[in-house]
Design a protein around this ligand. Structure first.
Ligand code: GLC
Ligand code: CA
Length: 535
C-alpha cells in the first residue's frame, strides 16, 4: 500500500503565541517558529499544524479572525509566513493552517457591514433573528463558553447567534456568498503552498434551518459547564455540513496532496460520517477518544475497548488518527502523571493512524498553576473554578535554562511551568532518559519500521494491566506491550514472538530480556519488541 504523507507522517501542533518570541513582546511569533524548524525536523515530526496567526482582536486568542488572508502584526507579516513555509518545505516539513469557518471576529469587516443595517447586503452572512415573542433570545441555545448563544444588537433590534463568545458571531453557511468567500480562503492559502488545514469546530457550522430549541440534557450535572444543560442536536451536526465538506475536499484535491483534518467532537458513529463516502469527506476527523478517556478507561482493558471500538467503527478505507492533547485540553502529564505520560507517548506513536503531538508534551509539562490574576482564557473568565480553563496547557515552551526559558527576553504572556530550569529542550535533549529523548526514539523507530507508521494493527488479549498489540507490514511484525499500572506485570507473547528483543522501553535502565514467550514489565513500562529474526 502506498500511503500519503498525512497517513504515515506525524503532525506537531504549534500554538504560536507560546512557541518562541523573537521581538521581545512576550508573545511568540512566526519568526520564532522558523527559528525552531531544525528542532522539529531533528525531533522527527513531519508536519506542523499552526493554530491561528491571522489578524485578530484576540478575544479567543486568534479563533476570532478579523481577516482570513493576512497575518496578525503580533505574529509577523505575510512575507514572514512565506519565508516560514519555504524554510519548512526545505526541511521536508509540511505546514497545516487552522481554518476557522464557523465564526469570524465581531470586528471582521463582514460583520461590521452585516451589523450596520437590516438592509445591509451582508445582513444574511450572519445569523440574525428577532427576539422571542415574549422578549429574550430567539431560542434556548447555549454558548459553548456558557451563557446564551445570542447577543442583542441595540442598533438594529435583533439578536445574532454565536456558538462561542459574543465577539465570535457565527457565519450563515446557508448563504452561497458566504460559502464562496470562505472557499476562496482555502484557495488563497493552498495557492501559497500550504499543505493542509485543521478545520475549527467543523461540526458546528450548520444549525437547524428553523432554529428550534435544543432538547434538555437529561444527564446534566452542574460543574461541567453550562453548555451541557442542553443537547446540541439542533445547533450542530446538521446533514448539510457534508455537502460543504465535499466542496472543501474537491478544492483541496485540486491542489494535489493536501490534507483536511476536521475538529469534530461527536459520538463515535456520528463523527465517522465526516469521512464521507467515496473520498468526499475530510481526510481525518480528529479523534479525541484518548483525550476524553476517563481515569477508569485509562486501563489495559479500557484502552483495548476504546481502541477496538474506534478501529471497528472506521468506514471502509478510512485512515485513523490519534491525539493526546491540544491547546484546549489539560496536558497528558497533568492527567496521567509523568510515568504514564511516557506510556501514553508510546501508545500514541505506535497505534495505527496519524498521530498529532501537542507542543510541550514532548517535555511532559505537567499541571501548571496559573494564578487568578494571570488568567487569560475567556473560557475560564466566564465560568471560573470549574477546571475548564485552557491557560494551563497554553504556557510557553521552555527551550533552555536561561532568562524566561529562552522563550522570550520579556515576561511571557502566560507563566512558565515551575520546573522549567530542568524541564526544557536543551537539558532534556542531552539526557538520554528524558521524555524528550523517548519521543525522539519513538519517532526514529516509526521511520525505521513501516510496520509502525503504516502497518496493520491487531489487538492481543489483555493480560492483567498490560495492553498488547501487534503492528505488521509485509513480513515485518512488531509487538507493543504497555503496562498501564504501577506494579510489575508479566505478559505472555504469541509463540511467533518468542525471544523477541526489546527495541525500546519507556522506563530508564535495562528492561528484562524476554525469556521465551514470557515478558516481565516493570511498573509503568511500555515496550516495543521485534521478533528475534526480524532486522
Ligand atoms: C476550537 C478551538 C478553540 C476555540 C474554539 C472556538 O475548539 O480549538 O480553541 O476556542 O474552537 O473557535
Ligand atoms: Ca513576539
Amino acid at each position: 500500500m502506498s500511503a500519503a504523507w498525512w497517513q504515515w507522517g506525524v503532525v506537531y501542533q504549534v500554538y504560536p503565541r507560546s512557541f518562541q518570541d523573537t521581538n521581545g513582546d512576550g508573545i511568540g511569533d512566526l519568526a520564532g517558529i522558523e527559528q525552531h524548524l531544525d528542532y522539529l525536523a531533528d525531533l522527527g515530526v513531519d508536519a506542523l499544524w499552526i493554530s491561528p496567526m491571522y489578524p485578530s482582536p484576540m478575544a479567543d486568542f486568534g479563533y476570532d479572525v478579523a481577516d482570513y488572508c493576512e497575518v496578525d502584526p503580533r505574529f509577523g507579516t505575510l512575507a514572514d509566513f512565506d519565508r516560514l513555509l519555504s524554510a519548512a518545505h526545505a526541511r521536508g516539513l509540511k505546514i497545516i493552517l487552522d481554518y476557522v469557518p464557523n465564526h469570524t471576529s465581531n470586528r471582521h469587516p463582514w460583520f461590521l457591514e452585516s451589523r450596520s443595517a437590516r438592509t445591509s447586503p451582508k445582513r444574511d452572512w450572519y445569523l440574525w433573528r428577532d427576539a422571542a415573542p415574549g422578549g429574550g433570545p430567539p431560542n434556548n441555545w447555549i454558548s459553548d463558553f456558557g451563557g446564551p448563544a445570542w447577543t442583542w444588537d441595540e442598533a438594529t433590534g435583533q439578536y445574532y447567534a454565536h456558538a462561542f463568545l459574543k465577539e465570535q458571531p457565527d457565519l450563515n453557511w446557508r448563504n452561497p456568498e458566504v460559502q464562496r468567500a470562505m472557499f476562496d480562503v482555502l484557495r488563497f492559502w493552498f495557492a501559497r503552498g500550504v499543505d493542509g488545514f485543521r478545520i475549527d469546530v467543523l461540526w458546528h457550522i450548520f444549525k437547524a434551518a428553523d432554529f428550534r430549541d435544543n432538547p434538555p440534557n437529561p444527564d446534566y450535572r452542574p460543574g461541567r459547564g453550562e453548555m451541557h444543560r442542553v443537547l446540541q442536536t439542533c445547533s450542530t451536526d446538521q446533514p448539510e455540513v457534508h455537502g460543504v465538506i465535499a466542496e472543501m475536499r474537491r478544492i483541496a484535491d485540486r491542489f494535489g496532496a493536501r490534507v483536511l483534518i476536521g475538529e469534530v467532537c461527536l459520538p463515535l458513529e456520528r463523527s465517522m460520517r465526516y469521512y464521507g463516502t467515496d473520498g468526499e469527506g475530510i481526510h481525518l476527523p480528529f479523534n479525541f477518544r484518548l483525550v476524553d478517556a476517563t481515569p477508569a478507561q485509562w486501563t489495559a482493558a479500557g484502552l483495548a475497548d476504546l481502541v477496538g471500538a474506534y478501529e471497528a467503527a472506521l468506514p471502509e478505507g478510512a485512515w485513523p488518527n490519534w491525539v493526546l492533547g491540544s491547546h484546549d485540553a489539560p496536558r497528558i502529564a497533568a492527567r496521567r502523571g509523568d510515568a504514564q505520560a511516557r506510556v501514553a507517548a508510546m501508545l500514541l506513536l505506535t497505534l495505527r493512524g496519524t498521530p498529532t503531538l501537542y507542543q510541550g508534551d514532548e517535555l511532559a509539562i505537567g499541571a501548571v498553576h496559573v494564578p487568578a490574576a494571570s488568567v487569560q482564557d475567556p473560557r475560564e473568565l466566564r465560568e471560573p473554578g470549574l477546571g475548564l480553563g485552557r491557560d494551563p496547557s497554553r504556557t510557553p515552551m521552555a527551550w533552555n535554562a536561561e532568562g524566561h526559558a529562552g522563550f522570550s527576553s520579556a515576561l511571557p504572556w502566560l507563566p512558565l511551568h515551575d520546573d522549567w530550569p530542568t524541564r526544557n529542550v536543551a537539558r532534556m535533549w542531552a539526557d538520554r532518559e528524558s521524555t524528550l529523548s523517548l519521543y525522539r526514539r519513538l519517532l526514529a523507530l516509526r521511520r525505521a519500521y513501516p510496520a509502525l507508521s503504516r502497518g496493520e494493527w491487531s489487538l492481543l488479549p489483555v493480560q492483567g494491566d498490560v495492553l498488547g498489540y501487534v503492528r505488521g507490514h509485509g513480513a515485518q511484525r512488531l509487538v507493543v506491550a504497555l503496562n498501564l499500572g504501577a506494579t510489575p506485570q508479566s505478559f505472555t507473547l504469541p509463540a511467533w514472538a518468542a525471544s523477541a528483543r526489546v527495541l525500546l522501553s519507556t522506563v530508564p535502565g535495562d528492561p528484562s530480556p524476554p525469556s521465551s514467550t514470557t515478558l516481565h514489565l516493570r511498573p509503568d513500562e511500555g515496550l516495543i519488541l521485534a521478533p528475534s529474526l526480524e532486522a
